[in-house]
Design a binder for this molecule. Structure first.
Ligand code: AMP
Length: 188
């Protein structure tokens, strides 16, 4: 199995690249943000619980996210692999992932980090707000909060993988296909 964990700040373009990678390697793409947005649209119990956190640009509580991801992994154990896009985002999520991987006898093959400077992130998120109309992209204070949350809670998780010598960093500047080529190169 090829299992990839994909990190990048909000607006770094990791969703776009993760989708392309999933297509190329026939992986199950688990975007926790996409799954949550679908839950919110369908007004499920999880969606109703997650909604306010998402609107404010805060993280949804770990226990909800961890069980949501585990359900998807458990239902797809025969897949070619997974690409985790937006998970883990906190240290407890990373630890829960380690336990899940042991339980299902799965290993992480690569941990990717798409690195984009903050000023560029804000420009991209403003463009995406116009194109896609995502609620949490529209308000600059929510965007700033998401970037702060990322720096406080998710950056330490990146360090956690870096210390294990698993992290591969890609500079996320350039067009979509150039960045995709850099990712493929770093994976091979
Ligand atoms: P994203 O599409 O990855 O930017 O995620 C959108 C929103 O969903 C985030 O701002 C969080 O509110 C929530 N979310 C997505 N993934 C996670 C996660 N792993 N842990 C907690 N909240 C998450």
């Amino acid at each position: 199995m090829k299992n990839i964990v994909f990190f990048g700040a909000p607006g770094a373009g990791k969703g776009t690249q993760a989708k392309k990678l999933a297509e190329k390697f026939k992986l199950i793409h688990i975007s926790t943000g996409d799954v949550l947005r679908a839950e919110v649209n369908n007004k499920t119990e999880l969606g109703l619980k997650a909604q306010t956190y998402m609107q404010d640009g805060n993280l949804v509580p770990d226990d909800l996210i961890i069980s949501m991801v585990e359900k998807i992994i458990a239902a797809n154990l025969k897949a070619e692999g997974f690409i985790l896009d937006g998970f883990p985002r906190t240290k407890p999520q990373a630890e829960a992932l380690d336990i899940m991987l042991k339980k299902y006898k799965i290993e992480i093959s690569d941990v990717l980090f798409l690195d984009v400077p903050k000023e560029e992130l804000i420009v991209r998120l403003q463009k995406r707000a116009e194109l896609e109309g995502r609620d949490d992209d529209k308000d600059l204070s929510v965007v700033e909060n998401r970037i702060n949350v990322y720096n406080q809670k998710t950056a330490p998780v990146i360090d956690y993988y870096s210390q294990q010598g698993k992290l591969k960093k890609i500079i996320g500047i350039g067009n979509i296909s150039e960045i995709f080529e850099s990712i493929i190169k770093i994976l091979s």
